[in-house]
Ligand binder design. Structure first.
Ligand SMILES: [Zn+2]
Ligand SMILES: [Zn+2]
Length: 192
């Protein structure tokens, strides 16, 4: 047996692995996402995140195939009103691990773990030929679970841009200003 639930020795394949993903791991994976940072201190609340991974892994030559499911709950800030909201997901997971040397050539910069992943090859991960590391895969799954601009409700009314009141919870008497983005667009003169 290997020490960490995230590490799998290729010589032990095939095997199945199933475990809960600790909230601390999820919080770390999502560090730096604006909709997480907007939560401030509550983002570290251990009860606000949860995850569960189930994978069946087998090897064919140097290819390692992993099939299973990932589910989780993450806490983020609504992109309009900044109130905390939960995002739940439960997705099939199907990825292939390849020895680093066999990964397709890639112009992109490798990410901080040295794992180069192109947008076309999101389901390809590198490994060193002996040990499969599930951590980069897991981190990516939790980041991918968060939409670019999550909404607590489709009709969330957001914050008043002038006084900052949460319009879902109260009203204010601020005058509706002209949309500054429209004004800026009108001021633009496009060269022909
Ligand atoms: Zn909202
Ligand atoms: Zn207002």
């Amino acid at each position: 047996m290997s020490q960490s639930p995230y590490q799998i020795l290729v010589r032990d394949l095939p095997l199945s692995r199933e475990f809960d993903v600790p909230a601390s791991f999820i919080a770390e994976a999502m560090r730096g996402l604006p909709v997480r940072e907007a939560l401030g201190g509550t983002a570290d609340d251990a009860s606000s995140c949860a995850g569960h991974l189930q994978l069946d892994l087998y090897a064919e030559g140097v290819h390692v195939f992993a099939n299973g499911r990932i589910s989780g709950v993450v806490m983020v800030a609504c992109s309009r009103c900044i109130e905390p909201m939960r995002i739940s997901f439960d997705e099939p997971l199907r990825v292939t691990f390849l020895p680093s040397a066999e990964l397709p050539a890639d112009e992109d910069e490798p990410d901080e773990d040295g794992v180069a992943i192109t947008e076309d090859d999101l389901d390809l991960f590198a490994y060193d030929g002996e040990v499969i590391d599930l951590e980069p895969l897991l981190r990516e799954q939790f980041v991918l679970a968060v939409p670019y601009a999550p909404l607590c409700a489709e009709d969330c009314r957001g914050l008043c841009p002038q006084c900052g009141i949460n319009r879902n919870q109260g009203t204010c008497t601020c005058e509706a200003p002209g949309d500054p983005r429209l004004a800026a667009l009108k001021a633009l003169k496009f060269p022909s």
